[in-house]
Design a protein around this ligand. Structure first.
Ligand SMILES: [Zn+2]
Length: 223
């Protein structure tokens, strides 16, 4: 059953594996939240240094971090931490869970949002190993933090945040900041067009309204 995202919180921590993971739909909701005065912080397990074909990790990592900082700023996120785990090789192990725990301690959120951990986005469209491993590490670490809400990003989730045209435009601009990444990914389609297509795909509801959607993994325990 479709349910609105809770509103009685001040700080959300977005924990994702790669630069750009927050930009496929969720950043429209992030723009609404920051416009309404809430704080949103991004923590990335990697710098996405293996993400641009033909580019060495030492060159790629700093480019992708810089793109992510600009992208986050577009939707009002001014704190982005990079944990520097190896892109493409994430495992749900003790050092990963300790780093996640440290991020929770450091930022003291009431809401935690991580990446979709399902095996497939759609039939025949498998999820990435890094997403599943890191998302599972967040889910596991959160067992010791039952005073926090936990969500996953999901294009067809039941928990929704209604967003405005302004939020959608901000989300498109945020994704387009991943310029070098998108240009190499699809050299034939202009970056802004790629960004608009992706954001449309993940925010346009069947009835024409705009929303970002999530899966609720755990409600916060009531005191
Ligand atoms: Zn990713």
């Amino acid at each position: 059953m479709a349910t609105p995202f809770p509103t009685d919180w001040r700080t959300a921590l977005v924990l994702v594996p790669h630069p750009d993971d927050a930009e496929y739909g969720m950043s429209a909701a992030v723009n609404r939240w920051t416009r309404e005065g809430k704080a949103v912080i991004y923590v990335m397990a990697t710098s996405g240094e293996a993400g641009i074909a033909g580019m060495e990790p030492e060159e790629c990592g700093p480019i992708r971090e810089a793109e992510q900082l600009r992208s986050a700023a577009v939707v009002g996120v001014h704190t982005v931490d990079f944990l520097h785990f190896p892109d493409g090789k994430l495992t749900n192990d003790a050092s990963m869970r300790a780093a996640i725990d440290h991020a929770l301690e450091r930022h003291q959120p009431e809401v935690v949002i991580t990446i979709f951990t399902g095996e497939q986005y759609a039939p025949g469209v498998p999820n990435q190993s890094d997403h599943i491993m890191f998302g599972q590490a967040v889910n596991e670490t959160m067992k010791a933090h039952d005073d926090l809400w936990l969500f996953e990003t999901a294009p067809s989730g039941e928990i929704f945040v209604d967003v405005t045209d302004e939020d959608v435009e901000a989300a498109v601009a945020a994704l387009a900041e991943h310029e070098q990444y998108l240009r190499v990914l699809d050299p034939d389609t202009p970056v802004i067009e790629q960004a608009r297509n992706q954001v449309n795909m993940s925010t346009l509801a069947a009835d024409g309204s705009r929303r970002s959607t999530f899966i609720l993994r755990r409600e916060r325990a009531t005191i």
